[in-house]
Ligand binder design. Structure first.
Ligand code: ADP
Length: 577
């Protein structure tokens, strides 16, 4: 019988020890009575974001953030200069009336100013709220008002997207603009300029936050499956997440790296790379608004990028650019980190076989800061054939230390790690959300302290998670589940297919049937019959899509994922047919 906390009475040390090592203790988040514990005698040194910047200043002052500016020029600045500018900006925030706990928005591309704000805003004790520049105006307005942002920093190149909503923003007192030209004009009220604030400030400033549990960052989910919801990160959770990324089972970022985050800073904190790089001393290569294949290839070549990170659609584009420009040198690349949606197996294979680039498939969520799992091959995989190797690398991988995973059935019963049982993926850990911002109750959390991801997965005996779908994207045909992700993966392995998205469409007889929207490559000519025949050897007959829709492109979300909500609507109303 499990021993409960209440059973412990003075003098029953054995029972207490049994309790401390029991499952019940691990599963519950109860605190054992403090007077019964012998506390460790180590410093309670707060894990705050400013420590990362202090570390970079002392140890890696010469390492750089390199930005491709909107006009295409390259801007370089080392971490010592960055440190001084961050301090000045953190002090300047006080002059704008920003106080501890206030939310400060950013509306910007990946660049050195945005990096500075990642440190200056939390350094001033405030919360850095990154705003997704690709949201619809109504969503953006909703999020800014919901977060009650007090000040918003705006990249001048994005003003045309921002100005139209300014009138509906309730609590914003100041706008701060950067990257503006000499002929700059705006309709925004209460405007200050970034460089003026830095010039008028100085770096005699003490970091404000003393409590590692204070909030430092706020990101809303991009709303792929519902209304945007806020994940509020703490200093502690973000510092621990940074350790997590820099583990060798994570990205293993090193001082010798030059990291190119193509993933936007407004998408789940650019996967934490702006913190990971300064902690490790790696150079950061910021692409600004230049996100197409040729521009990225140029940056990889010129800045000798070793690690690039982004969603699969970016890497599809880059791969085709590389094929067109085989003379461009990409030999500096050691890792392509990919997540956000499933990386097609065929693309992992192509990068590794043709370019010698190791593709690291990672899974994460805004709610996990965002890193959850990373797929590394281990010593046990040495004997695998090439084909088995690509199969393994197409999995989302094992949890990095700090995050724990389990899969459960519909009654929340834990399922075995046998690589076969399919269940909803749940996670817990030091950088996993425990509540959404301003949303006290949510079905996303279980009574026993786990976060429901809404993803469906299997876990192998070795702990490799393979995501089969999102709960909302699974196709239920005649009572049987069909994985849209597996079909997409298989379709994208066809030489004539650039991209493929599979959705469920209503069906009188089977309730739902799969439909595939396919974008052919420039020279591709495959038709429905060809694709069905291509899939047939590897899938049960009822899995094969009844319809294929050939389209010039697939609707994508603000962060570059297949937008299945929109695809469903467009298929239903005949826009996609
Ligand atoms: P949103 O939920 O709005 O799409 P997120 O970026 O937080 O915003 O998305 C998290 C989701 O993205 C996960 O729940 C999962 O469905 C999907 N995802 C993330 N990484 C992967 C991956 N490597 N393979 C498949 N799906 C992924």
């Amino acid at each position: 019988m499990a021993i409960k906390n209440a059973d412990i009475t003075p003098g029953t040390e054995e029972k207490e020890l049994e309790y401390l090592t029991s499952r019940e203790f691990r599963d519950s988040v109860q605190t054992v009575r403090k007077d019964k514990l012998m506390l460790g005698l180590m410093m309670n040194f707060p894990l705050t974001i400013d420590r990362i910047l202090e570390h970079a200043r002392r140890l890696y002052p010469h390492r750089e953030v390199i930005t491709k500016l909107p006009n295409g020029e390259i801007h370089r600045q080392n971490y010592l200069q960055t440190y001084s500018r961050v301090k000045r900006m953190a002090k300047a925030l006080g002059t704008l009336g920003v106080k501890e706990g206030d939310r400060v928005g950013t509306f910007a591309w990946n660049n050195y100013q945005h990096l500075e704000l990642y440190y200056a805003i939390p350094g001033a004790g405030a919360v850095c709220h990154t705003l997704n520049i690709r949201l619809f105006p109504e969503q953006l307005t909703y999020i800014i008002n919901h977060a009650e942002d007090k000040v918003i920093f705006i990249d001048a190149t994005l003003l045309p997207l921002f100005e139209p909503i300014a009138g509906s923003l309730k609590g914003v007192e100041h706008f701060v603009i950067f990257n503006h030209g000499s002929d700059f004009k705006t309709t925004l009220p209460n405007v200050s300029f970034y460089e003026d604030l830095i010039d008028a400030s100085d770096d005699d400033f003490e970091w404000v936050t003393k409590d590692e549990n204070s909030a430092m960052g706020l990101c809303y989910t991009s709303g792929t499956t519902g209304e945007p919801k806020g994940a509020l990160y703490s200093h502690r959770s973000m510092v621990l997440h940074t350790f997590g990324i820099n583990q060798s089972s994570g990205l293993g970022t090193a001082e010798t790296d030059a990291v190119l985050p193509v993933v936007p800073q407004f998408h789940a904190m650019a996967w934490g790379l702006p913190y990971a790089c300064l902690m490790a001393g790696a150079n950061l290569v910021m692409p600004g608004p230049h996100l197409k294949g040729p521009a990225l290839l140029d940056l990889i070549d010129k800045e000798k990028v070793t690690v690039a990170a982004g969603v699969p659609s970016i890497w599809t584009d880059l791969y085709h650019t590389m094929k067109r420009c085989p003379e461009v040198d990409t030999s500096s690349m050691r890792v392509l980190m990919v997540g956000g949606s499933a990386m097609p197996r065929a693309l992992i294979e192509a990068y590794e076989k043709e370019k010698g680039i190791n593709v690291l498939h990672a899974w994460g969520m805004t709610e996990l800061s965002p890193l959850g799992t990373v797929c590394h091959l281990q010593s046990r995989h040495q004997h695998l054939s090439d084909s088995e190797k690509w199969d393994t690398k197409a999995c989302q991988g094992t949890p990095v230390f700090g995050v724990e995973t389990r899969i459960v059935d519909e009654e929340n019963n834990e399922q075995p790690w046998d690589g076969k049982a399919v269940g909803e993926l749940q996670v817990r850990g030091s950088w996993v959300i425990r509540q959404y911002y301003k949303l006290e109750k949510s079905e996303s959390f279980t009574d026993d302290g786990w976060f429901r991801t809404g993803d469906v997965a299997t876990i192998s005996p070795e702990g490799y998670m393979k995501l089969t779908d999102r709960v909302k994207d699974l196709v239920k045909s005649g009572g049987e589940w069909i994985s849209s992700v597996e079909l997409e993966n298989a379709l994208m392995a066809h030489d004539d297919v650039l991209e493929a998205a599979v959705i469920a469409v209503p069906d009188e007889k089977w309730a739902e049937r799969p439909l595939a929207v396919v974008v052919r490559t420039e020279q591709g000519s495959v038709d429905s019959e060809g694709l069905r025949a291509f899939l047939a050897p590897n899938f049960a007959k009822f899995w094969l899509p009844d319809r294929f829709v050939f389209a010039p492109q697939i609707p994508k979300t603000s962060v570059g994922k297949f937008d299945k909500k929109r695809i469903r609507v467009q298929v239903a109303d005949g826009t996609l047919n």
